[in-house]
Design a binder for this molecule. Structure first.
Ligand SMILES: O=C(O)C(=O)Cc1ccccc1
Length: 268
């Protein structure tokens, strides 16, 4: 099976993607990955959705509400960052914005004078370090190869650092089977208690919500859509009933069922 994920080779997304496909190709943004799967160019895409330190990857949330794709699996993996450079003498640290944020306190304490450079991925930052002696990258230590030194390991601000990835597929692959489900709701309405009603649809049926995120609709200030993850499969009566209520609440807007899926833990 052919999968597409964030490149170049060596990203954390690549490590997660190897768990679902033998043949992995790359794009330089989450939006481009979701577009490639929605357009039918790949059977699977692997995108980061949230991190235990930094929270949601908003580009992923927005791509999932803008294009029609199914979520067929979630992958949870620990993230342990290393600082990689040609020598200890560098002026710039280049990495993915999430990695820079996950190591913010470490960088401020140890390298208060370096400048930070956000690039498309951790592997792109490591490549910058490989080509420029004044640049260090933050990424998985396996990226060091023969030409870079591992200056420091485990530099994330909390020892426990995990990222959750979604495996996305063309809409025809959407499944109702799985222990968790994700939906995006655009109520296109705004009145006191709207969100409470949405939450009650799940609470009344004893369905545990595992995440709720609001994102601006982009149409006008104060207008939101909601990303909901819950611990039930769409095949279950209680989930179908909850979503019927949600669809009624969002009758002026829309509800997108991304699908049901199970969790896979990938260690490396
Ligand atoms: O840039 C990468 O390696 C990615 O896959 C995105 C990312 C960045 C930081 C933590 C987890 C995933």
């Amino acid at each position: 099976m052919k999968a597409v994920t964030l490149g170049p080779a060596g990203t954390y997304s690549h490590r997660a993607a190897r768990a679902v496909a033998d043949d992995v190709e790359f794009r330089e943004s989450v939006t481009a990955i979701v577009d490639a799967v929605a357009d039918g160019d790949y059977a699977r895409g692997v995108v980061p959705i949230e991190n235990s330190i930094e929270g949601s990857v908003t580009e992923t949330l927005d791509a999932l509400s803008n294009r029609e794709v199914a979520v067929t699996q979630e992958i949870v993996t620990p993230i342990r960052h290393a600082l990689l450079a040609q020598s200890g003498n560098f002026e710039t640290v280049a990495s993915h914005s999430q990695a820079l944020a996950q190591c913010r306190s470490y960088l401020e304490a140890e390298y208060p004078d370096v400048s930070l450079e956000a690039v498309a991925s951790t592997a792109r930052g490591v490549e910058r370090a490989r080509n420029d002696p004044t640049v260090a990258g933050i990424g998985h230590p396996d990226n060091a190869g023969d030409d870079l030194q591992i200056i420091a390991e485990d530099i994330q601000d909390r020892k426990s650092n995990a990222t959750r990835f979604f495996v996305v597929a063309p809409m025809s692959e959407r499944s109702d089977a799985g222990g968790k489900s994700s939906v995006v709701v655009y109520p296109n309405a705004n009145y006191p208690g709207l969100l409470l009603e949405l939450l009650e649809a799940f609470a009344e049926r004893d369905i545990n919500l595992s995440r709720i995120e609001s994102r601006p609709s982009g149409d006008r200030l104060g207008d939101y859509l909601f990303h909901l993850d819950f611990e039930a499969g769409l095949y279950e009566d209680r989930a179908q009933e909850a979503l019927e209520d949600v669809e009624e609440i969002a009758r002026k807007g829309w509800v997108r069922r991304l699908g049901s899926y199970d969790t896979r833990h990938v260690l490396y």
